[in-house]
Design a binder for this molecule. Structure first.
Ligand SMILES: Cc1cc2nc3c(=O)[nH]c(=O)nc-3n(C[C@H](O)[C@H](O)[C@H](O)COP(=O)(O)OP(=O)(O)OC[C@H]3O[C@@H](n4cnc5c(N)ncnc54)[C@H](O)[C@@H]3O)c2cc1C
Length: 387
């Protein structure tokens, strides 16, 4: 079968892959996005925090994503039924928009920039030689050669594996998560409420549009069988112990379909090798309680787009710029992962949770406005171990 050549091959059409494709397409790069699924992914995040909104605004996308999204500016936190604090988001707050809708908007914008998407395109082989990715071979025999290759292919990244980059996955074993989509009730329409209990449970309720709400329940794994496999009524008995201001949502919980979600943190030993780099969940994952994964991924895509365009067709310059400008992102990611760990490990204990809570990271993160592409040499990456 024929071999296709392009400037940049991106594996994965999630938020990271689509946004990077858009930025590069706008700058005249020939981009091919390879996605194993039949369309952009459907499961993922709902909250876009201020740093991510600012990234989209810098690229003229703010109006587009906000058009059918919901703006919120407050999250109220409870512990064993008592309100303990509110986190306020200044300057317009954050946006709620289901992941698939958000990614689809960016994907649709890519069409105008000539980005090619190959759906249902699983990777059969990634040929790596001389420290660079030479060719991608698809399951159907198609071959793709690219000046730069981006692994935006999620936590189990095939690109990362082909590059031999070590990874460390840290499942949050003490907190099993379930999620359901239910009709919107008045209390959920009024305010986002996140409840914790000293018995290791959490419940988060928020609207996703004018008619529906999302409900996350986190619970110790030993309680999951009793509650979700042997009968939902026990769920309401448990929730009534610590969910105090959202009882109008209870009637919707029993008939709901509860999906189980695996939540893990992920760190990797390097973010690039030669002409290839990792983006989004292929490079890092933090606890969703931070609500920041997408914001950091969008900012990372900006940096990658700058680096790839600055390097032009020079593979050595690309390698150097990725080292100097992209590898240092691990510091911000590490801070976010550590913060997610701190929230997940303290929420049972009211005082410890309040002490761990960082409004600055919660609201603004550490994502800064991108600097000019330079060739400063970063510090050596820290050892791949948990802080
Ligand atoms: C439960 C949960 C809740 C979250 N909530 C929030 C939140 O509220 N706010 C926030 O900012 N962040 C949140 N996050 C984090 C956020 O979802 C991620 O940061 C973001 O989705 C990363 O995007 P991505 O493009 O890397 O990955 P993904 O969306 O995972 O995309 C990866 C894509 O690669 C494709 N793929 C995988 N392997 C291959 C292959 N071999 N060949 C071709 N394609 C492949 C997949 O099919 C998929 O389409 C949450 C995460 C979780 C788990």
């Amino acid at each position: 079968m024929a071999t296709t050549s392009c400037d940049v091959a991106i594996v994965g059409a999630g938020l990271g892959g689509c946004f990077l494709a858009l930025l590069l397409g706008r700058r005249g790069r020939h981009v091919v996005v390879i996605e194993q699924g039949p369309s952009v992914p459907s499961a993922g995040a709902d909250f876009l925090k201020p740093p991510g909104l600012r990234v989209l605004a810098r690229h003229g996308l703010a109006d587009l994503v906000e058009r059918h999204g919901l703006r919120r500016d407050t999250i109220r936190y409870y512990h064993d039924g008592d309100p303990i604090q509110e986190c306020r988001f200044p300057d317009g707050g954050f946006l709620i928009r289901p992941y698939r809708e958000l990614v689809e908007l960016i994907y649709t914008s890519c069409a105008m920039e000539g980005v090619e998407f190959w759906f249902d395109a699983g990777i059969a082989d990634i040929a790596v030689g001389e420290g660079a990715v030479e060719e991608l071979v698809l399951g159907d025999g198609r071959r793709l050669r690219a000046g730069a290759v981006i692994g935006a292919d999620g936590t189990k990244s095939a690109v990362r594996q082909a590059l031999g980059i070590e990874q460390m996955t840290m499942p949050y074993e003490r907190l099993l998560m379930r999620v359901a989509t239910v009709p919107l009730s008045a209390s959920v329409a009024q305010l986002n409420r996140l409840y914790f209990s000293s018995e290791g449970w959490l419940t988060y309720l928020y609207p996703i549009n004018r008619d529906q709400a999302r409900v996350f329940v986190g619970l110790p794994p030993e309680d999951d069988k009793e509650i979700f496999q042997d009968g939902i009524p026990a769920l309401l008995d448990e929730l009534k112990k610590f969910v105090t201001d959202s009882s109008d949502a209870f009637n919707f919980l029993q008939p709901a379909t509860w999906q189980r979600i695996k939540v893990s943190a992920l760190r990797v030993a390097a973010y690039h090798k030669g002409n290839a780099a990792l983006l989004g969940s292929a490079a890092f994952a933090c606890h969703p309680m931070t609500g920041m994964g997408m914001s950091y991924t969008l900012h990372d895509a900006e940096i990658l787009a700058d680096v790839i365009c600055a390097a032009g067709d020079d593979p050595e310059l690309l390698d150097r710029l990725l080292h100097a400008r992209y590898e240092p992102r691990r510091h911000a990611h590490r801070q976010l992962i550590d913060y997610g760990d701190a929230l997940a490990s303290t929420f049972r204990d009211r005082e410890a949770y309040l002490a761990a809570f960082r409004p600055d990271l919660h609201v603004h993160g550490t994502a800064a406005v991108p600097e000019q592409v330079s060739e400063q040499v970063p510090e050596e990456p820290p050892a791949l171990q948990r802080a």
